[in-house]
Design a protein around this ligand. Structure first.
Ligand SMILES: Nc1ncnc2c1ncn2[C@@H]1O[C@H](COP(=O)(O)OP(=O)(O)OP(=O)(O)O)[C@@H](O)[C@H]1O
Ligand SMILES: [Mg+2]
Length: 244
């Protein structure tokens, strides 16, 4: 019986030369859950992801993954420990095919065996509804396809926790709903735990069991989607500023 959450961040903080980008942020992501991380531009969401994923060490606080303290570990170690991530700016390897883009992430796990990596990459591409585009050059993909390729690349590292940074951004509602359905399927069928940063509220509301709200680097609210959207501090930070 393991009762610890998949991810715990505790009093997490990051300063960039005097700018407090993340300040004393504490929250848990339970195993198998989908948790949303929202907040206005510059709230510290991507910085929080970078701290969890080991892009740089926190100035303060602790990150615990599946019961293990991973604070201060580098990106490769945290990836190996089970954290996969997408980037806010999608950046596939332009010279490679869709399939090769996914294989690159998986090769290390398939003992360098190219055919095993290829087969696995194609399994993942089918999950992301990109199976018929495997041999196309990555740069030929449309934005919705590139967004799904980004998720496929993150899955190739075999994460137990998937961090998604604005994978719905720029998608039309129909493509957004498609991504929501795919992510729900992944979560239900594989038990994958997901922490997602998202500005597209219909997606956050549809997907999240629990939502954490950041503003100016601090957690100002958390709860169910319904709780946070009616929380006075959340309404103020989204609506209030433009009336100040
Ligand atoms: N590497 C960095 N060096 C210096 N400042 C940074 C760095 N990364 C982020 N910041 C600053 O930290 C603050 C939080 O940025 P962050 O990217 O985490 O916000 P965000 O919530 O992801 O915003 P958005 O919704 O616009 O993506 C901003 O003021 C940003 O300019
Ligand atoms: Mg961001």
């Amino acid at each position: 019986m393991t009762s610890h959450p998949m991810l715990s961040v505790c009093d997490l903080g990051k300063s960039f030369r005097g700018l407090r980008a993340v300040n004393a942020v504490t929250f848990d992501v339970p195993k198998g859950a989908i948790v949303g991380l929202i907040g206005p531009n510059g709230a510290g969401k991507t910085t929080t992801f970078n701290l969890i994923a080991g892009a740089f060490p926190p100035s303060d606080g602790k990150v615990t993954l599946d019961g293990h303290d991973v604070t201060g570990l580098g990106q490769a170690e945290i990836c190996r420990a089970g954290v996969g991530r997408t980037f806010q700016i999608v950046k596939p390897f332009a010279g490679l095919s869709v399939e090769e883009n996914v294989m690159v992430g998986g090769l290390r796990y398939d003992d360098g065996d190219v055919e095993t990596a290829r087969a696995r990459a194609n399994d993942i591409l089918r999950l992301l509804e990109l199976g018929d585009k495997a041999r196309q050059p990555a740069q030929a993909l449309t934005l919705p396809d590139r967004k799904r390729l980004e998720v496929a690349r993150a899955l190739a590292t075999r994460p137990k926790l998937l961090l998604l940074d604005e994978v719905m951004a720029g998608l039309r509602p129909v493509e957004c709903d498609r991504m929501v359905a795919i992510l729900q399927g992944l979560n239900k069928e594989t038990g994958l735990t997901i922490l997602l940063i998202e500005h597209v509220m219909r997606a956050v509301m549809a997907l999240s069991d629990h939502v954490v709200v950041l503003h100016h680097g601090e957690k100002i609210a958390e709860g169910t989607p319904a709780e946070v959207t009616s929380h006075p501090k959340v309404l103020e930070c989204y609506l209030g500023e433009e009336h100040e």
